[in-house]
Write a protein that binds this ligand. Structure first.
Ligand SMILES: [Zn+2]
Length: 144
């Protein structure tokens, strides 16, 4: 029995790195980091429920929004809502707030340039502040 537990422990350790890239990372604005090719974006929900996206280089140094384009789809219970973004200062900000409620998924589609392949991120929308890491729950970095 002892040996079996030992084997299980080793197996668990071996599986851990494979799951590591699903770990949520939080950015400087306490938003959720979206990993892109050669750069990062940060998804953040403002108090008025608009979404703002900040950009960083691969080393998480802040960069102004440039050629990136972002669209989002809020899969709200009342129906899917497509959300478009516009540049505001260094950020891309949604033109409309998220639909009411939470607990639904927001699919964020990011293209780093007009010709780049788009990358999709599915973010479960939970807006309360996590007691463990003090980030909004959608950017919670606690081990579960
Ligand atoms: Zn947390």
């Amino acid at each position: 029995m002892k040996t079996l537990l030992h084997i299980l422990a080793i197996t668990a350790l071996a599986i851990a790195p494979a799951l590591a890239d699903k770990t949520v990372k939080a950015g400087p604005r306490k938003g959720r980091v979206l990993e892109l090719t050669g750069q990062n974006a940060e998804f953040f929900v403002e108090k008025d429920r608009t979404i703002s996206i900040a950009f960083y280089d691969a080393a998480m140094k802040a960069q102004p929004a440039a050629a990136q384009t972002v669209t989002a789809t809020a899969e709200a219970p009342g129906g899917k809502a497509k959300i478009e973004f516009e540049k505001k200062g260094n950020l891309l900000v949604s033109k409309a707030p998220l639909p009411e409620g939470e607990g639904y998924q927001v699919v964020v589609q990011v293209k780093t340039t007009a010709d780049a392949k788009s990358k999709n991120f599915r973010i479960p929308l939970a807006l309360h502040t996590c007691k463990g890491c003090s980030n909004p729950e959608y950017a919670c970095i606690c081990d579960e």
